[in-house]
Design a binder for this molecule. Sequence first.
Ligand code: GTP
Length: 597
Amino acid sequence: TDLKHIRNFSIVAHIDHGKSTLADRLIQMTGTVAARDMQEQLLDSMDIERERGITIKANTVRIEYPAQDGDTYVLNLIDTPGHVDFAYEVSRSMQAVEGSLLVVDASQGVEAQTLANVYQAIEADHEIVPVLNKVDLPAAEPERVAEQIEDVIGIDASDAVEISAKTGLGIPDVLEAIVQRLPHPEGDADAPLKAMLVDSYYDPYLGVVVIIRVLDGKIKKGDRIQMLGTGGKYPVDRLGVFRPKMQDIAELGPGEIGFLTASIKQVRDTRVGDTITHEKKQTATPLPGFKPAQPVVFCGLFPVDSAEFEDLRDAIEKLALNDASFSFEMETSAALGFGFRCGFLGLLHLEVIRDRIEREYDIDLITTAPSVIYHIHMKDGTMQELHNPADMPDLTHVDHLEEPRIKATIMVPDEYLGDVLKLCQDRRGIQLDMTYAGTRAMVVYDLPLNEVVFDFYDRLKSVTKGYASFDYQMEGYQTDNLVKMQVLVNDEPVDALSTMVHRDRAEQRGRAMCEKLKDLIPRHMFKIPIQAAIGGKVIARETLSAMRKDVTAKCYGGDATRKKKLLEKQKAGKKRMRQFGKVDIPQEAFISALKMD
Ligand code: GTP
């Protein structure tokens, strides 16, 4: 296709502002899919994504649009994830297109993720078309929201397109705006091939599918290509575009976006941001390349039933094939047996993977407390990374500890501001900025990541009744007075409950944890002490008193069926418990004990 008739774009939006609905409309209105094939939210392909209503993997679609000027244009939409954990994926997709539609819910206004994503679009030099969605709602205030876009983001919103993705109102205007206001791509068809590896995923039938954006030159089926970063050389088996189903194509030229397959075994063999060129005639100007996404949150995954360890290994290996940002290594815990220490991009990423293992592979899991990576500076001048509090070295060799900190942006209606400030303060936050836009405040905090990974987002939602939005970026490491807190149940340390805490908060946290565990652990035939300790010194203690009688005693010995039922019920309850010494600890205790209220 002629460069002047191509437009490449992405849609930037806060979760729920209508990105998927708009994408569906664009596809539908251009007849890319017959109405009978139209499934709501075509772009969100995974079940979990659909259920949770979040978009995770970047997807692309090619739309053909006959514009009012009489010419037909090829519009390539790259779908970007909306959630904070996937900021890295957003930044790479942005590099592959020239413009963005900024979709803002006209009844809600600008939210924290809108900001984070739109800044990435600005950084990628995009032309941005503001789109005010949901104008069908009585609460919609498009003029006010357009003003807010200008105040908060600083881009011109005077000719924002007003639409309802739900009813279809204004969709033709969006298509025209894409053609008229977004720039066409540039590129040299006669230069050696230079394409960007935008994304890749594993398909059980096709193997690794690579999404590419051609910058210069042409690529054809059968070409021998080389990836300059990894050095990998492959013959192109298949070349095509998504409409949104896969469709083979003979050739992709400059400015075009499509996919290729090339007998690549694992997603790990493809590096996002890598330059793809011809093996024989290589480009002289490779792309700068991207940093690979680094996991920031770690936790242990253990099977409840130790007989399922091999199944768990299998599940984790399969998931890792398709997700290069998910890392794992085997771990053994005195308390939990064999399992895996896994690294994730963030909490949502953790939840998605855990859910998939439980659901798709039917394995019950014990998830240990999420932890961040600490830097331990030893007295001998070396530094080591700590991924698991249980591995904390002997304190006599440690000089000091550093923890990762984030810059968090929170947008919240005025009336909840006080609660949000208190929450951030309680989590050792340092306020950096506070501004107002209409009746909403925007606050920026410097916070320790370890105070955020666990339940910060849940707490934020609950104190603001769901009206706050949150986004963050990593800021770097800082020294603080951190200690490892152990929990002892019946005098035995439970390594899976070890956490890193700030010294000043240790006692309060320890007390709260012991109280929680006292409620979570069922009574046994004997008295159970529950203690929190730092370096062998007990800082909090609770005692779970002994059960007075056998559970079956209340059956008066007579009714045999009732007695059997009760015992069976007990057995079923045990399935999701783990034995520590002589004590059974239910699975949910590992997570619940760490929540701070
Ligand atoms: P993520 O996939 O989570 O990023 O969300 P999204 O931005 O793709 O939002 P989605 O398209 O899933 O829309 C969120 C909700 O808003 C859905 O329930 C839609 O039906 C609804 N919605 C989208 N557009 C409109 C609109 O124009 N008017 C109204 N009333 N509702 C809309």
